[in-house]
Design a protein around this ligand. Structure first.
Ligand SMILES: *Cc1c(COP(=O)(O)O)cnc(C)c1O
Length: 400
């Protein structure tokens, strides 16, 4: 292939690609661990880590090996037949979470859709809500993906504008506010869907005890509590799952992103038999969900997470990074918040400009909404690398 410069690549993307993203002007061609390189050979520290899909870093050797080994044996079968990896993957997820059963999908949004379908069917067949009068409560500022149903209950105007008519059956409650939630609940409420920390919403950490309170409310009213841990799960917040911080357990758990080890889309819905068993053969499916390659990658992603103690590292390094950021006394910084290595810096100025400037200094991250810069590096990041990033973040922030 002939060499193309960054600007030539950007031109090609803009000419032939849909404009549904506005990437920073950086064209990457190689990644290893926490580092990536652009086509001109400039090196960057990846402090975004694909919104937590790269918890293991770029091209983790064990994950790459597991993938290549599996590619040399069998990659795809469809679910018309069994394969010799999926059962092991489901068992590994069961061991990790305690949930009886797993339904594998590919992307996060698909797993969210799957959870909503399971919940609705449970609502009508088990809870006994009249068909089709059920409602599911979601939170203000939520992000669960981009399908028509999911954007139907988004509270971000742009995510919805132009995409109606919308899927009915959802209600919005204020995030972090249990009183407001209780007001929205009625006898037709099937489920509550919530993120333990809102990532895309701007790294919003709810009040302590929130999830536990949700658990109590859902128990009282026989409502399913569904946690979307696509971003918070698998070590990001300093525990394997963010719900462990509150010593509670959801009825349904949605995983994605890092379950694919940074190499392949793997998502899953986990729940116990009495809920999962509402699905009968033919009710739901996915051509690629549960394929051998995905399952081999998923198993290894979990093994690496546990054996390399990535949640503990996220906890220690996250506390350090958050502490150092809080010490910086910089006028444009309004607030620094987060848990583990899921950190948001709320600014008084446009975060995009800061991210562009940071990229010039070799640190990659991305704004969410206009004024929050997020720091979600790979969980394998070490202290020196954090200090390297901190130095540059401080310098760039001080220039504004
Ligand atoms: C990224 C994300 C999704 C959507 O995942 P996709 O793989 O992009 O479909 C859903 N929920 C949360 C919390 C996410 O962070």
């Amino acid at each position: 292939m002939e060499f193309l410069s960054s600007s030539e690549h950007i031109d090609l993307n803009e000419k032939y690609g849909a404009r549904n993203y506005a990437p920073l002007p950086v064209v990457l061609e190689k990644g290893e661990g926490v580092w990536v390189w652009d086509v001109e050979g400039r090196k960057y520290l990846d402090m975004l880590a694909c919104y937590s899909a790269l918890n293991h870093g770029h091209r983790h050797p064990r994950i790459i090996k597991a993938m290549i080994d599996q590619m040399n044996k069998l990659t795809l079968t469809s679910r018309a037949f069994h394969n010799d990896v999926s059962g092991r993957f489901f068992k590994r997820l069961h061991e990790l979470t305690g949930f009886d059963k797993v339904l594998p999908m590919n992307t996060g949004a698909e797993a969210v859709e799957t959870a909503l379908k399971i919940a609705r069917k449970w609502g009508y067949h088990v809870k006994g809500i009249p068909k089709y009068e059920g409602n599911i409560i979601v939170m203000d500022g939520n992000f669960h993906g981009r399908t028509i149903t999911i954007i139907s209950f988004s509270t971000v105007a742009q995510y919805r504008d132009g995409f109606g008519p919308f899927t009915p059956g959802f209600r919005i409650a204020r995030y972090g506010d249990v009183d407001d939630l209780e007001e929205k609940i009625d006898d037709s409420t099937i489920a509550v869907l919530v993120e333990p920390i809102q990532g895309e919403g701007g790294v919003i950490v709810p009040p302590e005890g929130y999830l536990k309170k949700l658990r109590e409310i859902c128990d009282e009213r026989n409502i399913l509590l569904i946690l979307d841990e696509i971003q918070t799960g698998l070590g990001r917040t300093g525990k394997i799952f963010a719900y462990e911080w509150e010593k509670m357990r959801p009825d349904m758990l949605i995983l994605g992103k890092a379950l694919g080890g940074g190499v392949y889309p793997v998502s899953a819905v986990l729940t116990d038999s009495e809920i999962m068993d509402v699905l009968k053969p033919g009710d739901h499916g996915s051509t690629f969900g549960g394929n051998p390659l995905a399952c081999a990658v998923g198993i290894t992603a979990i093994d690496v997470l546990i054996e390399e103690k990535l949640p503990d590292k996220a906890k220690e390094n996250g506390e350090y990074l958050l502490g150092e950021l809080k010490k910086l006394n910089i006028p444009v910084v309004k607030e620094v918040r987060g848990k583990g290595l899921m950190i948001g810096i709320e600014l008084e100025v446009d975060a995009r400009k800061i991210c562009e400037k940071l990229a010039e200094h070799g640190v990659l991250t991305k704004e969410t909404h206009e004024r929050v810069m997020r720091l979600t590096p790979p969980l394998i990041i070490n202290r020196n690398e954090i200090d390297w990033a901190l130095e540059r973040i401080e310098k760039v922030l001080k220039e504004f």
